[in-house]
Design a protein around this ligand. Structure first.
Ligand code: RUQ
Ligand code: CUA
Length: 668
């Protein structure tokens, strides 16, 4: 009886408003009685309430968009919140067949091959997308661009949110790997990427570098280096410009998660590290396993980088160009006072700056605490030279007690922290499989209520990152929290030994956190995600006529209609300007000779939203999607005689199946 009453309460409000139900009558909705519907599906009143919290009616919109990395898939996934429906997959580091990203020798294949590839012959087709960074204006997401790194390499990609396509992949010099060191500065003047595993000094992928096992084991501290990189962003296009970027040389500690200072700490960057022991691995060489060697000391170091000052140092010419980027040496960084260390309990994980930029939360991973540093304390300690010493590279180490504003015991395995608009922090607890909610200090909460755990919720299982709505910006909304879990074990139908990843939606709008939905994620392991108010993103519905996604300007090869379609031949080359419209290609027969290079400039001359066509050529790995208005160019060589039927891959009209043509390759 009590259950039924609860269900009525849970279901009653919206339904009562909708149908004006009174107490006795069944609550009717559409064709069913809500109570009976819930009972028939075996839902508890709590389940039914959760369903109401997440349901988006057909044709409705989600309030937020979650941009989640796709891990080993090399992609980014766009998910609606609270419905947890997948809206789009954007390829960045791997080819993607629907839009033909990386197929057909078009601009996208060039983008995927990457800029400043140190080894241009090595066309990487796999990447491990990890940490997205949405562009910001005044410390708030502005919905223009998204940057994301490749864990396997020192690469960073740019996704243009005006059409949700990756436009640029940049190989960052001197990095071999990267991980969580990605963020946009609050004005997106720079995006940051740092090394993870240190690379051989001035690592050059094209030339390789001479090194022996003996060097590795015994000269590690001298021959390896980390780098913190500030990549300059063009404010009109979002493109990354290596020429105006700079790097700061770092010790070969393993630099890990990082975050941008903002508000009070604007101009600074904070980078965690582990393995300041510089353990080399090498069991067979009498060394401890890396995870043991890297945890020998009680402390690792938080790197505090004054990038505003670094910018001035570069402007003053105090840099060396290494592999195509301006690098401030460790010696210069120390001499100019732009790099400091602060001890952090051993092997920390996330470093996450509070909304006003005043607190820096470092999660313990192996330590059940979050250590909260005060930026005012850091500044004071630097000004007063409150150092406990220097590391072996001469970098001053700030006194731990002088810079710590608070410590809060959260539970086992704290990893990452996000914030809400009420001065609360939410930290993922990997080992405990939980999220802890706790309070920040002044000015968010009075001192006697600060740094206290106020709530906890269990998740399933082993949470890595979490994302609250705009939770790493100066304008956090709270409201929803996504737990990005590393294990799912028994949560979903059995699809074989490789289980789906699992996102869990948690309602954080009230004083108690409540788990409301699971979302099985059937792609590579997502890492970080950011959640943006959906209305902030203003993508085009169609491209203006003839626009190339590569440049977002009108292509010189665009045609206005099929009247301008043509074939031009010159020795060894057949060049086609082809119009694409429901439901034909013009020209629909293209003839070439064996050995010819075929260049096809395709224009989808439609301006109707969603009137996408495709262009696929058998046996050539050529496939592009042509979204309305788009012009793109594909190139391939024909080397065997025959008739090849190219076709439209999108079911674009009732005569879609008829939308095909022939490429006739005649003998020479
Ligand atoms: S790190 S699970 Cu790969 Cu983003 Cu913390
Ligand atoms: Cu165009 Cu199918």
């Amino acid at each position: 009886m009590k259950k039924v009453l609860l269900l009525v309460l849970a279901l009653g409000v919206g339904a009562a408003v909708a149908i004006g139900a009174c107490g006795r009558r069944p609550i009717r909705a559409g064709q069913g009685d809500l109570l009976q519907l819930a009972q028939a599906r075996g839902l508890t009143p709590e389940d039914a309430a959760r369903a109401l919290k997440t349901f988006v009616p057909p044709g409705g919109r989600d309030e937020y968009m979650l941009f989640a990395s796709g891990g080993h898939s090399g992609q980014v996934h766009v998910i609606g919140v609270p419905s947890m429906r997948l809206l789009k997959t954007i390829a960045v580091f791997t080819p993607e067949p629907w839009q033909g990203y990386g197929y057909g020798a078009d601009w996208s294949e060039g983008a995927l091959n990457g800029e400043s590839n140190p080894d241009p012959g090595e066309h990487l087709r796999w990447g491990d997308s990890h940490h997205p960074a949405l562009s910001e204006t005044d410390g708030k997401y502005d919905g223009r661009w998204l940057y994301i790194n490749d864990r396997a390499h020192g690469r960073i990609g740019m996704v243009d949110l005006s059409d949700f396509r990756a436009k640029q992949v940049l190989h960052v010099p001197n990095l071999q790997t990267s991980h969580g060191g990605v963020f946009a500065t609050p004005d997106t003047r720079y995006v940051h990427i740092s090394s993870k595993v240190p690379a051989l000094k001035a690592w050059n992928a094209a030339k390789g570098q001479r090194v022996t096992v003996d060097d590795h084991l015994n000269r590690y501290a001298d021959i390896y280096r980390g780098y913190s990189t500030f990549i300059r962003v063009d404010q009109a296009t979002g493109r990354m410009n290596l020429k105006e970027s700079f790097q700061i040389e770092l010790p070969p500690y393993t630099q890990d998660l990082a975050d941008a200072g903002k508000g009070a700490s604007y101009g600074y960057a904070f980078i965690n590290s582990y393995n300041v022991e510089m353990a080399t691995g090498g069991l067979a060489h009498g060394k401890p396993p890396l995870e043991v060697g890297a945890s020998a000391l009680d402390f690792d170091y938080l790197h505090i980088v004054n990038w505003k000052k670094a910018e001035e140092v570069v402007a003053a010419g105090k840099f060396t160009e290494i592999n195509g980027i301006r690098v401030i040496s460790l010696e210069t960084a120390v001499a100019e006072g732009l790099l400091f260390l602060a001890p952090e309990p051993r092997s920390p994980h996330g470093v996450d700056i509070a909304p006003k930029g005043d607190y820096i939360t470092v999660s313990g991973k192996l330590d059940p605490h979050a250590t909260v540093y005060g930026f005012d304390r850091i500044q004071k300690a630097i000004a007063e030279q409150t150092f406990e010493g220097k590391d072996r590279y001469g970098i001053p180490i700030l006194k731990f007690d002088a810079v710590v504003a608070g410590k809060v015991e959260l539970g086992a395995g704290p990893l990452h922290t996000q914030y809400d608009g009420q001065g609360n922090a939410y930290t993922s607890l990997y080992l405990e499989s939980a999220v802890a909610k706790w309070t920040l200090g002044e000015p968010y909460h009075p001192a006697d209520q600060a740094f206290k755990v106020v709530d906890k919720v269990s998740i399933h299982y082993n949470i890595g990152h979490l994302a609250t709505a705009q939770g790493d910006t100066m304008d956090p909304h709270g409201k929803y929290l996504i737990a990005m879990n590393k294990w799912s074990i028994d949560r979903h139908s059995n699809v074989g030994p490789l289980h789906p990843q699992n996102f869990q939606l948690i309602d954080i709008s009230g004083p108690k956190m409540e788990l409301v939905a699971d979302m099985p994620v059937g792609f590579g392991e997502p890492h970080y995600a950011q959640m943006i108010k959906a209305e902030t993103v203003k993508a085009h519905e169609v491209y203006d006529p003839g626009v190339s996604p590569a440049s977002m300007t009108k292509s010189g090869d665009a045609i206005a209609s099929e009247k301008e379609a043509r074939i031009v031949r010159r020795p060894g080359v057949v060049e086609v300007w082809m119009s694409v419209v429901r439901s034909h290609f013009t020209p629909d027969i293209v003839n070439a000779k064996v050995g010819d290079k075929v260049i096809v400039h395709l224009t989808n001359v439609e301006q109707t939203p969603d009137a996408t066509h495709g262009f696929a050529v058998p046996m050539k790995n050529v496939m592009v999607s042509l979204d309305p208005g788009e012009t793109t160019t594909v190139e391939f060589t024909v080397d065997k005689p025959g008739s090849y039927s190219f076709y439209c891959t999108e079911f674009c009209s009732a005569l879609h199946l008829e939308m095909q043509g022939w490429l006739i390759v005649e003998p020479k």
